[in-house]
Design a protein around this ligand. Sequence first.
Ligand code: ARG
Length: 250
Amino acid sequence: MKKVVLTLAALTLLTTAHARTWAEIKQSGTIKIATEGAFPPFNVMKGKVLTGFEVDLANALAKQLGLKVQWVTQPFDNLLIGLGQDRYDFVIASHGITPERQKAVDFTNPHYCTGGAIVTKPGGPMTAAALKGKTVAVQVGTTYLENARKVPGIKDVKTFPKDTDAQAALMAGRVDAWVGDKFTGLDLVKAQKGKVMQGDLLFKEQIAMAVKKGNSSLLKELNSALAKALNSGTYAKLSSQYFGTDVRCK
Ligand code: ARG
């Protein structure tokens, strides 16, 4: 994990091209936003349509800013690297704010609060203590990986390119548990109708959008558009549509 993070920071520093400022984006009329498109219910490709809470939220923010949107999808692990290479203006893909990532990018104010939770089959490990000697599946490059590795006595943490692959490993019985987002876990439990259950929250996190390090003009506009959405009811409406509750940080 350390190695990956250092590479990210190094790439950000080495790149010479410059990120588009707010003035440049506004002038062009289109903002380029990157996400993964494989992390339901936050960002997911349904057929050919990119949808999810974060996709709808970012589209609403862009509308408020008077911009058209050009979406880019990338594997999760590449998203912040591409940001450092000026391939898009910002990333919205459920990144938790961590000190390591803050070395490479600048985060907006959080757009939701959540945590990493254990999901297992009935009879499986439901607590951090019960993960002793067990094998868990997580998506690569995530805070789930970082936090699962810290669980004392954990036997093995297997990484998968996509979160849905990690879930599939649990369903297939190849691991004892999957650690993923609390809300994603609730959806899995519902969809699997009693075949899996959600255990304890391993850690909490604040989720935010990322801009290239130093792009303060864009950061300011995104924060003010987010504040407006939070105050106007736009955010509340989307949140209740996707989660039946308000997921903003309190
Ligand atoms: N919240 C976790 C993290 O910060 C997972 C994010 C995964 N996002 C995704 N689009 N797959 O690492």
